[in-house]
Design a protein. Structure first.
Lengths: 192, 192
DNA sequence: ACCTGAACACCGTTCAAGT
DNA sequence: ACCTGAACACCGTTCAAGT
């Protein structure tokens, strides 16, 4: 009874299955970009020209679809954060982490969903999330040591605040958005 | 052709209509408190024991229902802000306004919806919103004069930030929530 | 293995028919 | 003037039947 774990990026699919999967993901991305409100699993099936059951075979629910869309961006984000931790110092790395995450967040609708609710359906996304929050925790600790961060802030607080900032800046011009990040970063420094 | 405007709190209803309205609002409040995800206009009709059409007669869509639920809390909020502006000074009044709004926001699901999207269906809620944002703008101006606020912040920014903070603190203990407000307030002060 | 599409429960919304 | 409930389009989800 070796039950295969749910993966955002599964391997060893039959050729037609893999083709359908890729087609569905591409359709979903364009639909989410065009009209996110009307992006349903049923309408996705129609748009892709496959049966509803095929959509549900690949993505048992909307959450899995979003995680599958997000996994690439999430992996990129993780890699950038890793680089930051090595190259920059404590406080600077932390700030760059916030900015980078926020920027990728605004570009990927799946990533926003992933960050909004930390209960992951796909094993690989879960793994990335664990490693991500570990890195964030390390950056927090290091920034705190330098006295550049409020002592009570945790990695989950950062996740929540980034998510909140994302909803706050919905539909705002990029230039204006970066100012909101400035507000957050200033607020995170320890009170004098 | 004097078309009656849509009101969150209409007057001159027939006795049975007014009774139904009150019943629906009470049912909706308890349903939203118990299980917000499953609070639909159809299930509200069932819970209240009236036809679906009756619900739609009183509340043409979910937004109107939420505004109708929010109008009382919104009026209370407006009154408190008015008092603040008179009694406190510029910077203090601004900070108290943020705290007060945020607290009422957490207690009223309707108010959160109202703040999330500033396109109002009910005339009276619209009026309150206009006056509210006017007062906020005045407080902003006054706090800015004292040098206690970032110059670029507008009343709409405050609305967005409060909304974002609300989603960020979803499901958090009240004590922890107030710390998020501290972060926001610190971030809103002008960078040194 | 994988795909199809009918089917069911549910939701938002409308409207003819009633009092 | 207001209420009722059938009805329609849509969405999430399941599953028997096919290849």
């Amino acid at each position: 009874m070796t039950s295969t774990p749910l993966l955002a990026r599964p391997t060893g699919l039959r050729a037609d299955s893999a083709r359908n999967r890729a087609l569905l993901l591409e359709c979903a991305r364009t639909m989410l970009a065009r009209d996110p409100a009307n992006t349903s699993l049923n309408s996705l099936a129609v748009a892709a020209g496959v049966g509803v059951g095929t959509v549900y075979r690949h993505f048992p629910n909307t959450r899995v679809l979003l995680e599958s869309i997000a996994v690439d961006a999430f992996a990129v984000l993780l890699e950038r954060i890793r680089v930051l931790e090595v190259h920059s110092g404590g406080a600077a790395a932390f700030e760059e982490m916030i900015r980078t995450t926020f920027e990728l967040l605004a570009d990927d609708p799946g990533l926003a969903a992933v960050l909004a609710q930390p209960d992951f359906e796909c094993a690989d996304v879960h793994d990335i999330a664990i490693e991500f929050s570990g890195l964030v925790a390390a950056m927090i600790a290091s920034a705190r040591t330098v006295g550049a961060l409020r002592p009570s802030i945790t990695a989950d607080d950062i996740r929540r605040l980034l998510n909140g900032l994302h909803t706050a800046t919905q539909g705002l011009a990029p230039a204006r958005r970066s100012e909101y990040v400035d507000v957050l970063l200033a607020g995170l420094r320890p009170p004098s």
